[in-house]
Design a protein around this ligand. Structure first.
Ligand SMILES: N[C@@H](CCC(=O)N[C@@H](CS)C(=O)NCC(=O)O)C(=O)O
Length: 125
């Protein structure tokens, strides 16, 4: 959402309430079998993972280079932080704090590892 705002991207936003498990409807699972939010549907091209969505939006936007440079060394610096975020910061945050939130006892809003392995195996076969 922040990336879209910075880029001035015109999004048709649909909000799903994960506390009501609206991401688990057959309609949404058909669009994104990982049933994660955010999900971008660009005229039938569906992509999940917020960092990949942000990169796609930037690459699709005329002013995207400001935040996602085409120069490979500058882009590598951006990606370094994106990978740091998903690989170390975010996962530690989730592992440490998310399960403590009263909103989410036991990490119930995070799908179990088994489901992620199924998604991974589907994408490499
Ligand atoms: N690494 C993913 C995480 C996406 C994610 O787990 N989103 C949560 C909400 S913050 C979600 O959709 N949970 C519902 C579910 O997994 O069923 C990203 O950055 O997009």
């Amino acid at each position: 959402m922040m990336t879209a705002k910075v880029l001035g991207a015109d999004l048709n936003i649909k909000i799903l309430n994960i506390l009501k498990k609206e991401q688990l409807t057959p309609e949404f699972i058909k669009v994104n079998p990982q049933h994660t939010i955010p999900t971008l549907n660009d005229n039938g091209f569906v992509i999940s993972e917020s960092r990949a969505i942000a990169a796609y939006l930037a690459d699709s936007s005329p002013n995207g280079e400001e935040i996602y440079p085409k120069d490979i060394k500058k882009r590598a610096r951006v990606e370094e932080m994106l990978y740091f975020d998903i690989g170390r910061l975010y996962s530690n945050f989730i592992g440490t704090y998310w399960r403590l939130l009263p909103l989410n006892p036991g990490g119930a809003l995070i799908s179990p590892i088994g489901h992620k392995i199924i998604i991974l195996s589907r994408s490499i076969i």
